[in-house]
Design a protein around this ligand. Structure first.
Ligand code: ZN
Length: 372
């Protein structure tokens, strides 16, 4: 290459020019000259500014054209929230920060998306094909969305370094309220799926965490009160239960005594099989504190009357009663008839019904009384 001393000298000079241009230290007039010939003032400014950060001198010391050094720059990616100034048009702030990269030097510049659309070609990272205008718009929109999400995630992370500790710390408290429980769950879920909560949850969390300590203290106090109330209620219930058992014991004793008394008083009454069983049935019911049915109540009354028949203090002006009384007193009835007479007298004195067959038996005794 460098055959002669002259060539080597030219090489050294070109190299020093390049170094100067790479640092953007060329005279202003040179940058103006590069921009010369382009349409409006706006384009001139852009070309001048891009030239200042580009490699405008080539290996042999020639000044490169805009269309040439522009191609050194490749769209790399978008970031969000830097609110930087566009390097080539000077607009500030720019919402969407497009990072251009000169791979040969590893240099990066930030420009706005407007300038990307206007001056830069974008190559599809997948296919390597240059995108048309419409594809560029969509591509940048997606890049911007990705960058914005990532920015939001980082902001959230930066503002809430203790989010997981807080979610743990307030977990029990938050579970106690349906709304807070939902918030707790939705943040946990979004931390997994998106790396940060959605906008609504972010707002709710800010409001919650501002007063979380105080709210929890209040809740804990409420819990203490609630537990105390429950204890008091349980104690009261226990007291009631004890009182009930005591009453029950007392009643059982009374019932037992009533039953025993019933059996004692009626033990000498002559009874048939049904009456024997019914007497025991009454005793059982008395012992258990159960009410007697109307029929049993009547039976009891009849039985008690029958215990007093021999004392002569059962007064009854019923004809049948008086007939049986007289026949009993005069010893005109055999053993079985005596038992029958006492049973019927008890029924009559207690105003109970006498069955037709019983009435027939009474009538037969009356007939015999007349004939004797
Ligand atoms: Zn710009």
């Amino acid at each position: 290459m460098a055959d002669t001393m002259f060539d080597r000298r030219l090489e050294r000079i070109a190299s020093s020019w390049k170094a100067k241009s790479d640092k953007g230290e060329m005279p202003n007039a040179l940058y103006d000259a590069i921009a010369e010939g382009s349409e409006g003032a706006y384009d001139k400014k852009v070309i001048r500014n891009l030239a200042r950060v580009s490699r405008i001198v080539d290996d042999i010391g020639e000044i490169r054209k805009f269309s040439d050094f522009k191609a050194d720059w490749r769209y790399s990616h978008s970031t969000f929230g830097l609110t930087d100034t566009c390097t080539i048009c000077g607009q500030s702030p720019i919402v969407e920060n497009c990072i251009l990269k000169d791979d040969a030097r590893g240099e990066e510049i930030v420009i706005g998306n407007k300038c990307v659309h206007r001056y830069m070609d974008i190559v599809d990272p997948q296919t390597g094909q240059a995108l048309n205008e419409q594809e560029k718009i969509e591509f940048l929109r997606n890049e911007k969305k990705g960058a914005k999400d990532e920015y939001t995630r980082q902001q959230w992370m930066n503002e809430h370094p203790h989010i997981f500790a807080q979610l743990s710390e307030f977990e029990e408290f938050m579970q106690s309220d349906p709304e807070l429980k939902r918030l707790h769950y939705s943040i946990s879920k979004r931390m997994v799926s998106h790396g940060c909560p959605g906008p609504k949850s972010r707002r709710q969390w800010s409001m919650f965490i501002a007063t979380a300590e105080a709210s929890r203290t209040k809740w804990e106090q409420g819990e203490v009160d609630r537990k105390r109330m429950m204890r008091v209620r349980a104690e009261r219930a226990e007291q009631k239960k004890r009182a009930f058992i005591a009453t029950l014991k007392h009643n059982r004793l009374a019932w037992h005594e009533a039953s025993e008394e019933w059996l004692e008083v009626t033990k000498d009454v002559q009874t048939n099989k049904w009456e024997r069983e019914t007497r025991l049935k009454v005793a059982r019911r008395l012992k258990n504190g159960q009410n007697l049915s109307e029929a049993l109540e009547r039976f009891k009354k009849e039985m008690l009357i029958r215990t007093r028949l021999d004392d002569g203090d059962v007064i009854c002006d019923d004809e049948d009663f008086m007939l049986l009384r007289r026949m009993l007193d005069n010893n005109r009835l055999n053993g079985w008839e005596q038992a029958f007479a006492r049973s019927i007298m008890g029924r009559i004195a207690a105003d109970s019904k006498v069955t037709p067959s019983q009435q027939e038996m009474v009538d037969r005794l009356r007939a015999r009384d007349r004939n004797e």
